[in-house]
Design a protein. Structure first.
Length: 103
């Protein structure tokens, strides 16, 4: 069962909080104006990768593929041959968790 919400008790506590808030002294703090028109380091970024990485590193990265082709080929062959190990319990659990998240 759901309990009823009594508005009297809620309104009383809110009105008491308002009265208490009036009696609180809030210290005044001086705030300085900030000039947002000056470019910052982030604004001055010109989009060049060379600021963060050396040219030699870029060249070496371009020579290597971003994925491990040997491992990819091995997995593809195992799937094709039917020898790739499948944990059906893990797959079922993941599918069930995904189903529960959709609801």
């Amino acid at each position: 069962m759901i309990d009823q919400i009594k508005n009297k008790s809620i309104n009383t506590s809110v009105s008491n909080n308002k009265n208490n808030a009036k009696n609180v002294d809030i210290p005044k703090v001086k705030v300085e104006k900030v000039d947002n028109t000056k470019p910052t380091k982030i604004d001055a970024y010109d989009g060049k990768v060379s600021q963060f990485i050396t040219k030699e590193k870029i060249k070496s990265m371009s020579k290597e593929p971003p994925i491990d082709r040997v491992a990819t080929t091995r997995i593809k062959e195992a799937i094709k041959d039917g020898t790739y190990p499948l944990d059906l319990t893990k797959i079922a659990d993941a599918l069930f968790d995904a189903y529960k998240e959709m609801k």
